[in-house]
Design a protein. Structure first.
Length: 325
């Protein structure tokens, strides 16, 4: 009788532990977002103002789109350090196409998107067929992309005057900035790809166990190249939003350090650096958490240098929690 009661207690404890582990794995980032949102609302009277919320949403749209692309790459166990520089280069292509070559807005944007996707494909091909680590490959591409943009513009900026193009990054629809809608569309498409398609299942398979995926006839090389292509494409979409908002591109500063914010959002959102586990919705909450942190620290006049320390600490904590789980 005593043994039976002990077994029942152990079973209950195991169920409670499993439930807590499931909750932590799937909803901890949502819980963290809610807590942070409440704290920010109490800490500053200006936080909940419509103007502040609108500006915050506009600001996260570019990094958010980059983070969506980064999620695909990290899910297969990869990394892409070139997205910030790719943003600068594709932004340069878009602006130069309009200013220097007189192309239409549509054509200029198309050139930028194709260039971003092509750079992603190059990264993927080098990683898969060249057998070079993703870290090294994308680090090299980061230098190449940035240097190419700097060379073309002589390390300066390219400014446009097309107000129709400027509208993409500055106009509103029903009181919400257009970039937020673009971000939302990218998130929905990414969600469908990862959760509802064979391609998405293959991504999780490659990241979870590449050897088992290979034995199951999953086209690992093709999946890897496609994920890096998506990452490059999202960097180009981010470039369109940023250059249209400013109506210019600075080859030296556009996209600088964006890759770190994108990676941070993905990790905070619960995607494991080792791959195979993570969700797009987690990345969305991850970018929202980073946005609230930056916003509230700005409202409280906290030094931007300290903000970097806080972000770095959060990344370390997120990685440590992943290792413990």
């Amino acid at each position: 009788m005593a043994n039976l009661e002990t077994e029942i207690e152990v079973t209950k404890d195991r169920k409670l532990y499993n439930w807590m582990q499931y909750f932590w794995s799937n909803y901890s980032v949502v819980f963290a977002f809610i807590v942070l949102f409440i704290v920010a609302s109490i800490a500053s009277d200006h936080f909940l103002s419509p103007l502040n919320i609108t500006n915050m949403l506009r600001q996260i749209s570019v990094i958010g789109i980059l983070a969506v692309g980064m999620t695909f790459v990290i899910l297969i166990g990869g990394i892409d350090l070139s997205v910030g520089s790719v943003l600068a280069l594709t932004g340069t292509i878009v602006m130069a196409s309009q200013v220097d070559f007189g192309t239409s807005i549509f054509t200029a944007i198309l050139f930028g998107l194709v260039a971003g996707a092509l750079i992603g494909v190059i990264n993927g091909v080098i990683i898969t067929y060249g057998k070079i680590a993703a870290f090294i490959t994308t680090l090299a591409m980061m230098t190449i992309a940035r240097s190419t943009a700097l060379y073309y513009a002589d390390a300066g900026a390219i400014a446009g005057s097309n107000m129709d193009y400027r509208a993409i990054g500055n106009e509103y629809l029903f009181g919400i900035p257009i970039p937020v809608y673009i971000f939302a569309v990218v998130v929905v498409i990414a969600f469908i790809l990862l959760e509802k398609t064979t391609f998405g299942r293959h991504i999780y398979a490659v990241g979870g166990n590449s050897r088992a995926a290979h034995l199951s006839a999953v086209p690992i090389n093709k999946i890897t190249i496609m994920t890096y292509m998506i990452c490059g494409l999202t960097a180009a979409i981010g470039a369109v939003i940023e250059t249209s908002r400013l109506n210019s591109v600075s080859t030296s500063s556009s996209g600088s350090m964006y890759e770190l914010d994108a990676i941070a959002a993905v990790i905070i959102g619960g995607t494991k650096l080792t791959g195979g586990q993570g969700r797009i919705i987690g990345t969305v909450f991850g970018i929202l958490i980073l946005a609230i942190l930056s916003n509230i620290m700005n409202l409280l006049n906290i030094s931007p240098y300290i903000q970097g320390v806080v972000k770095g600490a959060i990344i370390l904590v997120a990685v440590l929690l992943q290792k413990r789980s």
